[in-house]
Design a protein around this ligand. Structure first.
Ligand code: AP5
Ligand code: MG
Length: 190
């Protein structure tokens, strides 16, 4: 299996690149952010519990993230592998991922990290706020998402670097240019 975690700060292009990657490499897609937003849209109990946390730009508890992941991971038979977007987001989740993949008799192949400077991230998300109105794309919330990323999420890249599984990719340029860089990394893994 080809199991990839697409990593990077808020607005770095994880969702945008994911769509192209899963199509080209026939991977199942797990985006914890999309799954949480779907729970909110449905008005489920879990959705009600996470809404205020996400609107504040904080991380949802590991326990709730695992709950939605386990729902999804059971239906993954048949794909070439799995692309994770926005997970793992802290060191505890990195260990949880190891366990989840071990249950499927597999492991993470690579973590691909999209590198984009903060000023550009802010511009991208403020533009998206105008177009789509995602409720966590407000300047103060975005700043908190950056803080959460720096303190809790960034250390995850060190965890995979030590395992020689971390591949930084320049995330500035056109969507297609970045996709070509990502494909260069993935094709080099095989
Ligand atoms: P999540 O949904 O994962 O959001 P995020 O990490 O903050 O990142 P975004 O989705 O905003 O950005 P992206 O990197 O996907 O970029 P995109 O392609 O959209 O998480 C949201 C919240 O859910 C968290 O804050 C937390 O509360 C909770 N959560 C989720 N997972 C969790 C977990 N595992 N544990 C705990 N809590 C969790 O691009 C951004 C914009 O830029 C778009 O408008 C796009 O069109 C544009 N764009 C893309 N590429 C380019 C380019 N090359 N040039 C110019 N513009 C571009
Ligand atoms: Mg996203």
């Amino acid at each position: 299996m080809l199991n990839i975690a697409l990593f990077g700060p808020p607005g770095s292009g994880k969702g945008t690149q994911s769509k192209k990657i899963i199509e080209k490499y026939n991977l199942a897609y797990i985006s914890t952010g999309d799954m949480l937003r779907a729970e909110i849209a449905e008005g489920s109990d879990l959705g009600k519990r996470v809404k205020s946390v996400m609107d504040a730009g904080e991380l949802v508890s590991d326990e709730l993230v695992v709950q939605i992941l386990e729902k999804k991971i059971k239906n993954l038979v048949g794909a070439n592998g799995i692309l994770f977007d926005g997970f793992p987001r802290n060191l505890v989740q990195a260990y949880i991922l190891t366990g989840l993949l071990a249950k499927l008799n597999t492991e993470l192949t690579a973590m691909i990290s999209l590198e984009v400077p903060e000023e550009e991230l802010m511009q991208r998300m403020l533009k998206r706020a105008e177009l789509e109105g995602r409720s966590d794309d407000k300047p103060e919330t975005i700043k908190n998402r950056f803080r959460q990323y720096e303190s809790k999420t960034r250390p995850v890249s060190g965890f995979y670097r030590e395992m020689n599984k971390c591949y930084p990719v320049n995330g500035v340029g056109t969507v297609e240019e970045i996709f070509q860089r990502v494909c260069g990394v993935i094709d080099g893994l095989k």
